[in-house]
Design a protein around this ligand. Structure first.
Ligand code: HEC
Length: 113
């Protein structure tokens, strides 16, 4: 049993390493670009109910969403006047790092079974 738990733990570690993304740099970028001004200081309490909560969302989903705003209108893109402007200065690595940071935060979103 112990071996199984250890194996599961190791695979979880290597998955997160594969996903990449530097949490500390992501936090610095989120601060620099004031993402919390709209999404809330803990990324759980947005200033408007139509603004999404970001804390604890899946890293790959956040990365995909931010990339979609960068693509803009069209295939696999998202067009939103506010977020299109926000992602403009971000590189792909910036997006990865921010997604890793937001994912690392304790979120209030839950899955109901
Ligand atoms: C001026 C307000 C504002 C700022 C600043 C802002 N956002 Fe947003 N964000 C929004 C709004 C509004 C939406 C919803 C847009 C939509 O409906 O597609 C959104 C959506 C998102 C989403 C999609 C979430 C989901 O569940 O699909 C992500 C990820 C995101 N923002 C990240 C960021 C990051 C990272 C920054 C800083 C670089 C940032 N936002 C700055 C207002 C803002």
């Amino acid at each position: 049993m112990k071996k199984l738990i250890l194996a599961l733990f190791c695979s979880a570690v290597s998955f997160s390493a594969l996903a990449g993304g530097n949490v500390d740099n992501g936090k610095a970028l989120a601060d620099k670009y004031s993402c919390a001004a709209c999404h809330g200081k803990d990324f759980n309490s947005p200033i408007d109910p139509s603004y999404p909560k970001l804390a604890g969302q899946h890293q790959d989903y956040l990365q995909h969403a931010l990339t979609a705003y960068k693509r803009g209108d069209g295939a696999n893109g998202r067009s939103n006047a506010i977020m299109t402007g926000q992602v403009k200065p971000l590189t792909n690595q910036d997006i990865k790092d921010i997604a890793a940071y937001l994912h690392s935060l304790p979120g209030s979103l839950v899955n109901h079974r």
